[in-house]
Design a protein around this ligand. Structure first.
Ligand code: OAD
Length: 252
């Protein structure tokens, strides 16, 4: 068994409180492209960072709505991979286990993870762009008629635009989820950082905060990230391959 896996398992074997931060890399083996991968096909010419902003939505609401519809369809065709299932299994081994994700897909939940802390919202949810009934004014899309030539659909309350319930660039994160994530990282014995470039704040700072408070940091990523230099153990490779190996090493 790989030496790094043995080291990571040794840290986890003595842990009572574990926090996990996942990024788009954990869904890559489910066929969902990461943010910094070149976008496939129709959307290749668009930069996600140009589309996931309130300004982009105001400028061209149909383009942004249709881009998210494309991503929703991608996620609908995706299934959890062994990395998602390994995390759902890991959760059962620790008295305190908090799964924090930057992802807006629901693949962790589909794999059986519960109480997932979504820092950047949830693609499956839709809300009024103006939160006309309060933050957030969620709307069930199955209850309204959608004309594909006339998107975004109107809010059933105020008649103005609907939008995906995800956090865009230049927007603040949901305070409740951010507090949950920060507390989990600050009090963790071990923090697993999986499939994230560590480029986007404040999510990227949470593992560093935990490390300052004494947590051991284990990173799972085939490449170098902005968090690699903070890691106590680096598992270099795909999470769908390495996380099941880590679970197996815990059972030894
Ligand atoms: P990125 O696309 O920035 O980074 C994905 C990371 O996953 C990279 O470090 C890859 O090396 C790694 N990776 C690729 N394949 C992998 C695999 N099979 N197993 C493990 N890791 C793999 O995605 P995020 O870091 O999640 O923000 O991006 C963070 C945020 O930037 C997103 O949440 C989004 C985006 O703008 C918002 O939507 C607000």
């Amino acid at each position: 068994m790989d030496e790094a896996i043995i080291q990571a398992a040794a840290h986890l074997k003595t842990a009572q409180k574990v926090a996990v931060l996942t990024g788009a890399g954990v869904s890559k083996e489910s066929g969902v492209p990461t943010f910094r991968d070149a976008m496939e096909g129709l959307w290749a010419k668009f930069d996600p960072q140009e589309l996931a902003t309130p300004m982009a939505f105001k400028k061209n609401p149909k383009l942004v709505w249709d881009w998210y519809q494309y991503r929703r369809d991608l996620v609908k065709r995706a299934a959890p991979n062994p990395g998602h299932f390994a995390l759902a299994h890991l959760a059962k081994r620790f008295p305190v286990f908090t799964l924090i994700t930057q992802n807006v897909d629901d693949l962790h939940e589909q794999a059986g993870s519960t109480d997932v802390v979504h820092l950047h919202g949830n693609l499956a949810q839709t809300k009024c762009f103006f939160d006309c009934q309060g933050y957030p004014t969620l709307v069930d899309l199955t209850t309204i008629q959608i004309d594909p030539d006339n998107t975004p659909p109107p809010c059933p309350h105020c008649g103005r635009w609907l939008r995906p319930n995800v956090v865009w660039f230049h927007e603040i994160l949901p305070q409740h989820e951010l507090n949950l994530a920060a507390t989990a990282c600050e009090t963790a014995d071990v923090i697993l950082v999986i499939g994230t470039s560590g480029l986007v704040e404040p999510a990227a700072s949470l593992p560093k905060l935990g490390k300052l408070k004494g947590a051991k940091l284990i990173e799972v990523n085939p490449d170098y990230s902005m968090l690699t230099r903070h890691a106590d153990v680096k598992l270099e490779g795909a999470s769908g391959v390495l996380l099941p190996q880590l679970v197996e090493a815990l059972d030894v």
